[in-house]
Design a protein around this ligand. Structure first.
Ligand code: SF4
Length: 491
């Protein structure tokens, strides 16, 4: 795809917007144009009171142009110019394809961050919805969804000042690989053999984190064990890790302790009993779909029956809060089969339901062989997303957190729903960057938050378990400690 932009227009943001209409496009300014090459040209003219941009979208002999003027009223000049360019392109592409992306020109991962800022400025719900519509061109239902979530979040966030913190523990192993997965998860026999050494290194890192939290006076509020699939650990390994965590931190005083069990094929009664014995309050059991042919299509090595059994066991051993993850838009799924899954899940009454829109990165196995699962326009998926919202509301759930991903089908969102008072706290704290998160394990990212939206520092652990194992843990943590000291002393 060829982009010809005025020099004052940000290439990065416009490219992100182009992906809404041209999924998976590659960009070039010098590409030789063939009749199939999409060409986007944006010109800019500054007037006394605003920036005027004209965007033209051309493929072969079809061409559509639109002009937008953004007034110099609320943003710095360069941001106003870019806003004019983005809106001009959006309306030209909308006219070219006859398709309107539901989130307008808002492309970030965390839409509710902007909404929280509006609410903090004192805007009412109606004013916030109006502003999202005007500034970012959101569909009304998306503006209302984001505003409702942010309003609920703002009540929870107040309970977590900057001297509180969370811990994330990464278990990047899975028993087998699902075909849509692009996560760095270790599944081969040789790599799964790293688990015992990995757990020792992880325990050492956790002990260093515990010492650091104690010395700095942070109040630990939530722990999240995520993956991969943490229940890939066998019963003894999981019991050993949980009892180690229990000894290091007073888990009985936590507001939330999540174990993302994930795949039903890894769950046993003994593992769930260990979790409950060590004060785990929330477990994710993720069917993704309850249609066995859909599960087969995505190489998920479990059946719907295995999910029901795992769910029943979790209830029997007394897990206080169960989350179930679903994916909307999976290959071989359609509105009838998805609705059937959703209704069966609602009948089980889990405390949390997280509905993701199907999203794959280019590296996923499912795309090998040129299979195209990206759809610019996908009414089925939109209907499933809407149906989820309607049915959860009818059944007493509220949307409590959300995020978006690039390449999601029909550019739609992921939403966590909960029964009132059972919000997944870590999800909110992490997504809205409310307080510091110490992270342990391969691929984990520690995040220090000194001031929301303003002062945030991230420290990345090595991505792969073998790199993590090669690292001198104490030396690596010493670096983290130094960064932390500098970060919080600088003021
Ligand atoms: S369970 Fe999740 S992380 Fe593991 S292979 Fe499947 S999609 Fe990837």
């Amino acid at each position: 795809m060829k982009l010809i932009l005025d020099k004052n227009i940000s290439k990065y943001y416009l490219q992100t917007l182009c992906l809404l209409f041209f999924p998976g496009a590659k960009f070039s300014e010098t590409e030789v144009v063939t009749p199939d090459t999409p060409v986007v040209e944006v010109t800019l003219k500054n007037e006394d009171d605003g920036a005027v941009c004209t965007a033209t979208v051309t493929i072969g002999d079809k061409s559509v142009s639109r002009t937008h003027k953004e007034m110099y009223d609320h943003l710095p000049k360069n941001k106003t110019e870019n806003m004019a360019a983005n809106k001009a392109f959006f309306s030209a592409a909308e006219a070219f394809f006859g398709y309107t992306p539901p989130w307008g020109i808002l492309t970030g991962v965390r839409p509710t961050k902007i909404v929280l800022d509006y609410l903090n400025e004192g805007m009412t719900k109606d004013q916030t919805v109006k502003e999202l519509r005007k500034r970012y061109l959101l569909y009304p239902k998306k503006a209302i969804l984001a505003t409702d979530i942010a309003r609920n979040e703002s009540k929870i966030i107040k309970r977590y000042p900057l001297d509180t913190c969370s811990i994330y523990i990464s278990i990047p192993f899975c028993p087998t690989r699902c075909s849509y997965c692009s996560f760095v998860s270790f599944t081969t026999k040789k790599l799964l053999a790293l688990i015992p050494a990995y757990l020792e290194a992880l325990k050492l890192e956790l002990s260093l984190i515990a010492k650091q939290i104690k010395e700095t006076g942070f109040k630990l509020k939530t722990i999240y064990i995520g993956g991969g699939t943490p229940t890939t650990l066998n019963e003894n390994q999981l019991e050993d890790l949980l009892s180690y965590i229990d000894k290091l931190f007073d888990t009985s005083t936590l507001d939330e302790f999540t174990l993302e069990a994930g795949r039903p094929d890894t769950i046993t009664e003994k593992k769930l009993q260990s979790a409950v014995n060590h004060n785990v309050t929330r477990i994710s059991i993720n069917p993704q779909s309850l249609n066995n042919y859909v599960l087969q299509e995505i190489d998920r090595c479990h059946t719907a029956e295995m999910f029901f059994k795992a769910f029943e066991t979790a209830r029997r051993v007394g897990v206080p809060c169960i989350n179930t993850d679903l994916i909307i838009g999976l290959p071989a799924d359609d509105i009838e089969s998805y609705s059937d899954t959703l209704e069966k899940i609602i009948d089980l009454a889990p405390e949390n339901i997280t509905a993701h829109t199907f999203c794959v990165k280019r590296s996923a196995d499912i795309l090998k062989g040129g299979r195209d699962i990206f759809a610019r326009e996908n009414f089925e998926v939109s209907k499933c997303v809407d149906y989820t919202q309607i049915m959860t509301k009818k059944s007493g759930y509220i949307p409590y957190y959300m995020y978006r991903q690039k390449n999601a089908k029909a550019n739609l969102e992921n939403v966590g729903y909960c029964k009132k008072g059972t919000e997944g706290l870590y999800n909110i704290l992490m997504m809205e960057e409310i307080h510091s998160i110490f992270a342990a394990g391969a691929g984990a990212v520690t995040k220090f938050v000194g001031e929301r939206n303003v002062k945030i520092e991230r420290i990345f652990n090595p991505k792969y378990p073998y790199e993590y194992l090669e690292q001198d843990r104490e030396k690596a943590f010493e670096e983290t400690r130094k960064i932390m000291d500098g970060f919080f002393v600088k003021g």
